[in-house]
Design a protein around this ligand. Structure first.
Ligand code: GCW
Length: 708
């Protein structure tokens, strides 16, 4: 289904709100990928029979936009699944009914034990249960919070869609993390930094007068996986987003998103208060939007400017979420320009937002003066632990360098017990083959979330830092750099949709396994039989390791070309791989940059010793001779070659496997994935051949392969 370029005047959007979810339902049996995982196809006759008994009518006493969206989505979905009409009931009397609403709305109709369960739920937690009460069997989807009802509804839909039997139904669920954010790196000119799914979804030229049907669809997809916060613009922030004319546009988007339980945030440029002509050199191409000759966070005029700006924003968008800031990084102005600290910069902005309940998210992606860049974030931020305002999050990328294919977790996780830390993941595949590769990132993120920081002994995982359970933080946040765009498939390919899905699911529950998520997503996305879905799952589950192997195995990183971060260019990245005749890898041990010293002792000792370091991180931590004998009985050189070859053959196998699925899934979808896999086969060979050729100049394989 292509999206027609419908331009709908803003005043009729509200009226169309109810209809739109019906429109979404028309994408039933859609194989173009535009309905993503919300493709409401008919269930098998057995399941249809089972579910239709308990889902004939919906009773939803609420009238808010969120609840109407929940109700209409449920109706559309069930009608698609069971192929018969579902009645919206005005009365709560009857059986076979789904009761949808907040606890306050439904408690009179609920048995006492259910009311107690609902009362115990936190935040937007929900319950879903079929009960016989006063002789009638009905299903309740209840939360204390309207957004929770929406999430419960999507969970119910997911159960039906994934072929779960209707009985017994007894589920409660609460999000592990409160702020489940998508960060868009979308520019005001419609381009997307590191975006591979098309141009920006936000049509700034058309807003605020016209709105696009995709805004609503986008919000619906987000809500279906529990995403509740969206940063609209690039962290390399054009200050104009804070101008009154842009804020009016933002307010329209915020209104669309609010109806799906989503708060809107903006990336703010630290130099925004300055007069264009006074803006520091590094960002002259943009210019500030104010009248000041400084952005010094300790200058009262600067503080006043931000306070006024915050007030102006909240007047237009009362539930505005807050600012995300990239400061003193890659040309973005920050407090350091004025010899101030990150602490002073972040707290100043936090103070401007605080009276309105806003949050300031300050990124830890900074460059310091260290020879080893991996040291910088920790050195810059750790000293301020406990000093940031209560409405500040420090947003930390999963790896200390960047979003490399595989890096150990950033040691700030587990080292700032008195700070709200947000984990930043990248859903867009900047360093993972853009829209070409199949690489399923659920595997990568589960690995990160499950990494043990040893901050409070073994079992102190990154997930426990993020969900607040390790240190008892009351506020929690996770962010994913979005992979959306205005292309037909939204994310550049159907398999990239799985990454958006997996991110949302893990944000809700970081303990879900990549395997479970892949299985859910496949069942929701592809119209295929169970054996076929298992085959697809096996492809997905091997796809991330395959990518790492054919590009940057054994913990290598940054072998990519500078500009596009796509093709291999190891000759330009010597400072990362350090290959020479003596060996390869970056020495971050206590004998080298001593980056290992940023980890807790248990982990430091593991990473400090090449014999104990997991092979996946070996060259991230160690510079080793080419003929080092590894636990695999191969030399380092042989292992490197083995892994490059393995990556290539795994991609070949994925392509062969996909070929066998011809006829089992929609032909157009089969063909489009096939063509991507053919590209990935070539891409994998290009990487392997280039890297092995290059490294063999130093490794002298004839000598290295002779072993010790
Ligand atoms: O790795 C770099 C990317 C930049 C990005 C930056 C960041 C938005 O290549 O494109 O800028 O990370 O995270 O700020």
């Amino acid at each position: 289904m292509r999206y027609p370029k419908l331009l709908i005047p803003i005043f009729v959007t509200a009226a169309l709100a109810i209809q739109a979810s019906v429109v979404a339902g028309e994408s039933k049996n859609d194989s173009s990928g535009s309905s993503l995982w919300l493709d409401y196809r008919a269930l098998t006759p057995d399941l249809q029979k089972e579910w239709s008994e308990s889902a004939q009518r919906i009773y939803c006493p609420g009238t808010s936009e969120i609840l109407l969206n929940a109700r209409n989505e449920l109706k559309t979905a069930i009608e698609g699944f069971v192929e018969s009409r579902v009645i919206i009931s005005k009365s709560s009397d009857g059986e076979g009914m789904i009761m949808l609403g907040t606890l306050a709305q439904l408690k009179e109709l609920m048995p006492k034990n259910l009311v107690d369960t609902a009362n115990a739920l936190k935040d937007v937690g929900y319950l879903m249960e079929s009960v016989i009460h006063e002789g009638k069997k009905n299903t309740f989807i209840v939360s204390k919070n309207e957004a929770g009802v929406l999430y419960g509804t999507f969970h119910f839909i997911r159960l039906m869609q994934t072929g779960t039997p209707a009985n017994p139904l007894r589920i409660t669920s609460e999000p592990a993390v409160q702020m489940r954010m998508l960060n868009h790196w979308d520019n005001l000119n419609g381009s997307i930094e590191r975006g591979y799914g098309g141009r920006s979804l936000w049509k700034w030229d058309e807003l605020p007068d016209q709105t696009d049907p995709r805004y609503r669809e986008y919000a619906r997809f987000c809500a279906s996986i529990g995403i509740n916060g969206v940063v609209l613009n690039n962290v390399n922030a054009d200050p104009r987003i804070l101008r009154p004319d842009y804020l009016e546009k933002v307010a329209v988007l915020a209104r669309e998103f609010r109806a799906w339980g989503i708060r809107t945030y903006l990336s703010a440029n630290f130099a925004a208060p300055m007069h264009p002509s006074d803006t520091p050199d590094r960002m002259k191409h943009w210019g500030g939007i104010g009248n000041l000759d400084t952005a010094d966070p300790l200058d009262p005029a600067v503080q006043e400017w931000w306070k006024k700006k915050a007030t102006e924003i909240y007047r237009l968008i009362p539930d505005f979420g807050g600012f995300l800031v990239k400061a003193d990084s890659e040309g973005m102005v920050g407090p350091r320009v004025y010899e101030r600290t990150h602490l002073e910069g972040a707290n100043m902005l936090a103070d401007a937002l605080a009276p309105h309940g806003g949050t300031l998210i300050w990124r830890a992606f900074v460059y310091g003066s260290s020879e080893d860049r991996a040291l910088d974030a920790y050195l810059e931020f750790k000293p301020y632990d406990g000093e940031f305002r209560d409405n500040v999050f420090i947003q930390v990328k999963n790896g200390p360098l960047d979003f490399q294919p595989r890096e150990p977790f950033t040691p700030l996780f587990g080292s700032m017990p008195q700070t709200h830390l947000a984990l930043e993941l990248q859903v867009a595949k900047e360093y993972l083959g853009h829209a070409t590769t199949l690489a399923f990132l659920g595997s990568k993120w589960s690995e990160i979330l499950g990494s043990d920081t040893y901050a409070k002994g073994s079992g102190s995982t990154v997930a426990k830092v993020i969900d607040g359970s390790l240190y008892g933080q009351k506020k929690t946040c996770i962010a994913g750099v979005a992979n959306t765009g205005d292309g037909d498939e939204w994310c550049g390919s159907v398999f990239n949709q799985a990454n958006w899905y997996a991110y949302g699911r893990l944000a809700w529950n970081p303990r879900l396994s990549a395997d479970e998520i892949a299985e859910e997503w496949i069942k929701m996305t592809f119209e295929c039989d169970l054996p076929t879905s298992m085959v697809i799952k096996s492809m997905m589950m091997g796809s991330y390791d395959a990518y790492v192997n054919y590009t940057m195995p054994l913990g290598l990183n940054f072998l990519v070309a500078m500009s596009d971060h796509y093709k291999p260019l190891p000759e330009s990245r010597k400072k990362y791989h350090k290959a020479d005749e003596g060996g390869i890898g970056f020495d971050r041990t206590s004998r080298g940059s001593n980056y290992v010293g940023q980890y807790h002792p248990e982990l430091r000792d593991i990473f400090d010793d090449p014999a104990k370091t997991p092979l996946n991180y070996l060259l991230w931590f160690h510079h080793l001779p080419w003929n080092t004998k590894l636990s695999t009985e191969r030399t380092l050189w042989e292992e490197l070659v083995f892994r490059y070859d393995r990556g290539v053959s795994d991609v070949d196998e994925m392509a062969e496997t996909w070929k066998t699925l011809e006829g089992k899934i929609a032909p157009d979808r089969h063909a489009s994935v096939m063509s991507k896999l053919i590209q990935e086969k070539q891409f994998a060979r290009m990487w392997r051949d280039k890297c092995i050729n290059y490294f063999s100049e130093f490794a002298k394989p004839e000598e290295a392969s002779s072993g010790d």
